[in-house]
Design a protein around this ligand. Sequence first.
Ligand code: GDG
Length: 458
Amino acid sequence: MSGDNSFVVVANRLPVDLHGTTWTPSPGGLVAALSPVLERQQGCWVGWPGMPDEAPEPFRTDAGLLLHPVRLSQADFEGFYEGFSNASLWPLYHDLIVTPEYHRQWWAAYRDVNLRFAQEVAEVAAEGATVWVQDYQLQLVPGILRQLRPDLRIGFFLHIPFPCPDLFRQLPWRDEIIRGLLGADLIGFHLESSARNFLDLCSGTGQPATRRIDAHVTTGDGRRVGVGAFPISIDMNSLGEGEDGGVDKLRRELGDPTTVILGVDRLDYTKGILQRLLAFEELLEAGALEGAVLLQIATPSRERIDQYQVARSRVEEAVGRINGRFGSMGHPVVHYLHQSLPKNELRTYYEAADVMLVTPFKDGMNLVAKEYVACHPEGDGALVLSEFAGAAVELHQANLCNPFDLESIKRALLTAVQGLETTPELMAERMTAMHAQVRDHDVDRWASNFLSALEKSR
Ligand code: GDG
């Protein structure tokens, strides 16, 4: 059983979603990061087309990428995706921001869907191919694939944080997940802290971990599995060209505010959207942000899951209240879009924003922070960034804040706004340093670092 693809990426979602008979780019950070890499390699991408009960025939995109759709039924979608992936693993791996739920039938669906993804890959991968498995939805795939196709070179990358062992040990199926991951030749995380958590966990569960980061774990059958940190980044060109005069036009439409503050997130409770609205509200109340507006783009995400509905209604209630209190006719202070925008439109927003607010309680990396920095090559603008976003490790010149502490968000936001006014050279120096960091560590470098470590790992 083998196909003719020498490089295969497998991820829960294909990079495009099927809507009726048309395909549109699918949302989220993983797709944004990986699509350009795979297009350059003319690889094969195995994943779900985003619609239950649909599995169109494999096809090649205009960019030369072979897409291999996997069919998920409505029941798979509910148990595997909404259930185990996003209501058990997602909150557990984000340090219990909401309480994870564990249900045996969700786990059964997760196991079953992981098996089908692995079987699909086993069919399309050529003898000795490299397979790169992506993210928390597919943690059993490396282990299954190792059994089905021992000839393959298997890498796994986790796009979200890996929690500390004490939290992970809650998971009723922890041993199966660890065994699944250890089917890979190399396991990559964004940060050393996640890699360390994984190594500590392995040393506590009878899987001897050796040495330090960039170390390896030796499995029961004597294989060495590499473990390392590979901070993901962006493609500097993926945001397209900004529209000529687009920034001025946008600022005019907003009523020429003194300060434009921007948030861009999937609407997810991990992203701290409500907290930043509350910080903005308290600063307005104190009269500290005269003439400022906040734009919040909240892309719809996982909308049927209870906790996402709760998060959305809290955000929308706060937007309504703040505009009711501080807006005037035709001049809201918060402009809120619950929509997905085209990338080049996002670029105009990034360029127009004086201050970018990125305040997750926990985030593997956060590409939005890097995209904002990429759009400010001249050093204008300021980034307010949560200490708990992976991006804070590389973008340490940002105005860092603790999103659990409203005063800390307020302080960081105010310091950023005032800094642009009173110490523009210093702010520009910091933004330029961050820009250089993102430019020199782009997504290509991330992918080639991971893939060359994978190459060396066997
Ligand atoms: C996961 C991890 C990690 C957002 N709104 C629109 C839109 N986006 C794009 C952004 C950015 C991406 O989605 C979001 O990426 P993030 O990294 O910020 O967040 P997650 O989706 O949670 O991603 C994260 C990432 O994986 C990669 O490893 O950094 O920690 O949670 O690229 O621009 N894109 C378009 N319209 C929108 O309205 N076109």
